[in-house]
Design a protein around this ligand. Structure first.
Ligand code: HEM
Length: 222
């Protein structure tokens, strides 16, 4: 039996999206280390970062993460292009309030802003720490790459602080809409259950946006 291409694309976006949501929980928890007093935070943050880079199991998860980001973006783009080309009558009819929200109408724009954030963010950290591009990071007394210092020096620049914080608004909107939509796409249609999912999505998105948005400011002010 042939699989409907639109169904396949949407399922892939939902599945990779959920995986990325889990990554963000882990990533935010790790970045909360930055808020601890420096004496504890530097060592913890740097050794956590070394574990991420050197553990073979985490390396596999990291490759899955990159693949998920690429698939999520490419298939979202394909669907956006398809929807633009389609005449209004060809749209899947769904009159629910949520599907006609500003966020759902502008997922393309919001997604592009997040993509811009990810490109800048990976250039700031990942390219420098993992690929060794640009200024070589220092090594701390335990022999780990001083990722803590890289982060603190980046967030001494108010423009980066504003950029990171501002871009958490589209991220929050995207996560709120994306998380609840992914449940529907994956076939979860229980009416009461969907109301709970909508609340969880809102809380999740708010924690992610506020959490990631506030850290650069706290680091700047520390
Ligand atoms: C306060 C905000 C954030 C800080 C301080 C931060 C910090 C970092 C650092 C230090 C790394 C490099 C880790 C390493 O290789 O040792 C990293 C990687 C990464 N970050 Fe963030 N991050 C933040 C927000 C975000 C957000 C909001 C996203 C996604 C929307 C994100 C996505 C990623 C990804 C995909 C990687 C590459 C992961 C890997 O290769 O292990 N980050 N981040």
């Amino acid at each position: 039996m042939a699989v409907n291409p639109l169904f396949f694309r949407k399922t892939l976006i939902a599945g990779t999206g959920l995986f990325l949501c889990i990554f963000l929980i882990v990533h935010l928890s790790a970045n909360c280390i930055l808020l601890l007093p420096e004496a504890v935070a530097r060592g913890m943050y740097n050794s956590y970062s070394t574990t991420l880079r050197e553990s073979p199991l985490i390396k596999i998860v990291a490759y899955l993460l990159y693949l998920s980001i690429i698939l999520h973006v490419v298939y979202a783009l394909l669907i956006t292009i398809r929807n633009r080309k389609a005449k209004p009558k060809k749209y899947v009819i769904n009159n629910s309030k949520e599907n006609s929200s500003w966020t759902s109408q502008n997922m393309g724009l919001i997604g592009t802003m997040i993509l811009l954030f990810i490109v800048v963010h990976l250039a700031n950290f990942w390219a420098r720490i993992k690929l060794g591009i640009g200024e070589r990071p220092e090594i701390d007394i335990a022999g780990n790459v001083d990722v803590y210092e890289v982060t603190y020096s980046l967030f001494q620049n108010i423009y980066y602080v504003i950029f990171y914080t501002a871009l958490m608004i589209p991220l929050g909107l995207h996560l709120n809409h994306g998380l609840k939509s992914s449940f529907k796409t994956l076939g979860f249609y229980h009416k009461k259950g969907l109301k709970i999912v909508a609340k969880i999505s809102l809380i999740y998105a708010a924690i992610m946006a506020i959490g990631f948005g506030i850290i650069p400011f706290i680091v700047y002010l520390k």
